[in-house]
Design a binder for this molecule. Sequence first.
Ligand code: NDP
Length: 315
Amino acid sequence: MISVAVYIKGEVEYYEKIKKEFSEKASDIQILDWSSALRGPDSIDYALVWMPPIGNLARLSSLKAVFSLSAGVDHIVARDPDWPAHLPLIRMAGEETGRLMTDYLLWACISVIRGSRGWALQQQKKLWKRNVITRSITDCTVGIMGLGQLGRYAAEHLSRCGFVVRGWSRSPKEIEGVKTFDGAAGMKAFLAGVDILICLLPHTPQTRNIISAQVLHALRPGAAFINVGRGEHVVENDLLSALNEGMLSAAVLDVFHHEPLPESSPLWSHPSVIVTPHVASQASVCARVNYLIGSIRRLERGERLEQAFDISQGY
Ligand code: NDP
């Protein structure tokens, strides 16, 4: 029997769903809640976690690998100095994650082109005011920062939908229909002329605060910004200033420094900001469990997974 300990901060119901899905699909994999796992820490093969209590992973002495319940692993590596760095740390992935992220980005891009936030505010006031929009997706250059499993998928799809798409990553990339740029040297050219900037980077020391006044002012004046990466990528005061000065016309934000976004945040009521509660790409329990079972089987056969965190790169 393979034992998997699960910790999902604040989500008891979600744990039950995962456990049920595993029991229906893999009778040789036993799912344990975190407190049961800590009572027998030397019998746990895998941990599946979101924001695990600091120091706990190190107590599971027989672990073979750790699975993150999200594509990002910063909730483990940036919080827990004792996480077992010698073990494979596997990020959540799978086709559905890419599809859902791309759907969200398509919605967000069209929302900013159409001025949806303005319509919502008008509706609250029962105001019938027609803003005639002549710009279409084909006149719009979208710049995607981060061309990994999610960024590449989104770039290909947005390009097929008619957007002019360009992308930026650490290393060079070739993506059909997408102009690509890389590294610090390629950043200025990447940003110039972008109408909608999408951040789909992982959170690392190099990408923290990357969305600063300098970057926002390098876009086409009146551009929009969409953040689905992490809140830590953004210098929030710079973003608010760019919106208030009209350098930016709109922002769609799914991720924040503090989640849930505190009530006191000016972002909640800003007339040019759409806030969503970190939901851009939440794959179904079924898709996640299928991915996890497949990954566990591969690890048990001694295979290496391409979605493993690379400690030397920090993502
Ligand atoms: P990947 O690791 O597959 O891709 C990361 C991309 O970012 C790569 O293209 C990488 O470049 C690039 N990158 C990393 N560091 C730098 C840097 N310093 N300069 C330039 N480019 C850099 O990640 P995913 O696509 O799976 O996910 C990206 C992020 O999306 C996650 O880390 C998470 O924060 C966020 N996310 C948000 C969700 C939501 O619901 N809001 C859901 C899922 C993920 P290279 O290709 O050269 O390595």
